[in-house]
Design a protein around this ligand. Structure first.
Ligand code: SAM
Length: 232
């Protein structure tokens, strides 16, 4: 009997893109450049929750060996197409989740990263993720969580406060819409937000410190309501 899917696994089961602000090459290459700046070198990289490989293919020329991991077969299918089209021979893809991946790896990495993924993990799952990742990290390595939803800024973005045409009436309507969405999700017993959970920087930092790491966090350049947690 196959194991029951969790709500997020079901959500991503047939998806084929990571929901970036734009799927244009021009935008994705700029987004990847920002991420490569924070990854700051290393020779081997694990991209956890690599999705359709929208960033992974831009990381590929900068690393000797890369592994992309995702629990969505459709996402990995897209990633695999992109990797073939671009002739990257240095990427392996693995179908696994945050619990099963660690037993499937036969090497450790200089960088372990996840972009737009830890919002689908609870604090306890992040704690276990960092504990496991630390066992697969080379000396001097880094774990970098990109685009973590910031609980202080995300609600403001949701009600449209950062949009160019923000006005009182529009914001008021968005607040009403959000309230209805939350009520409907509660009634259907579904997550109240398809973007997942927010995490305070100090919570992630506390978990990182518990496992002997330091953490710094910086504002995401292309998503004003998200931050990057750089754990080293
Ligand atoms: C928003 S997408 C981002 C994809 C990719 N990192 C990018 O930036 O293009 C989130 C991805 O994380 C994957 N994911 C979420 N939770 C996961 C988990 N517990 N284990 C493995 N993959 C997960 C989803 O299947 C999805 O492909």
């Amino acid at each position: 009997m196959s194991k029951p899917k969790n709500v997020w696994e079901e959500f991503f089961a047939n998806r084929r893109s990571g929901g970036h602000r734009s799927s244009a090459e021009q935008f994705l290459s700029k987004e990847a450049k920002e991420k490569l700046f924070h990854l700051d070198g290393g020779k081997t990289l694990l991209d956890f929750g690599c999705g359709a490989g929208e960033l992974l293919v831009y990381y590929a020329p900068e690393y000797e060996k890369l592994v992309g991991v995702d629990f969505s077969a459709s996402m990995l299918d897209e990633a695999s197409k992109k990797i073939r089209e671009r002739n990257h021979g240095n990427i392996d893809l693995i179908l696994a989740d945050d619990k099963t991946i660690w037993g499937m790896l036969d090497s450790s990495f200089d960088r372990i990263t996840a972009a737009g993924v830890i919002q689908y993990l609870t604090d306890e799952e992040i704690d276990k993720f960092i504990a496991n990742a630390s066992r697969h990290l080379n000396k001097g390595g880094k774990i970098v969580f990109f685009d973590v939803l910031d609980p202080r800024l995300y609600p403001l973005w949701k009600i449209g406060l950062f949009s160019r045409d923000a006005g009182c009436w529009k914001i008021f309507r968005k607040i009403g819409f959000e309230v209805l969405t939350i009520i409907s999700a509660i009634l259907k017993n579904r997550p109240k937000d398809i973007l997942g959970y927010t995490h305070k920087p100090c919570t992630i930092e506390g978990i990182a410190n518990k496992h002997g790491f330091d953490m710094e966090y910086v504002q995401s350049m292309y998503y004003e309501y998200k931050y990057h947690a750089i754990i080293s």
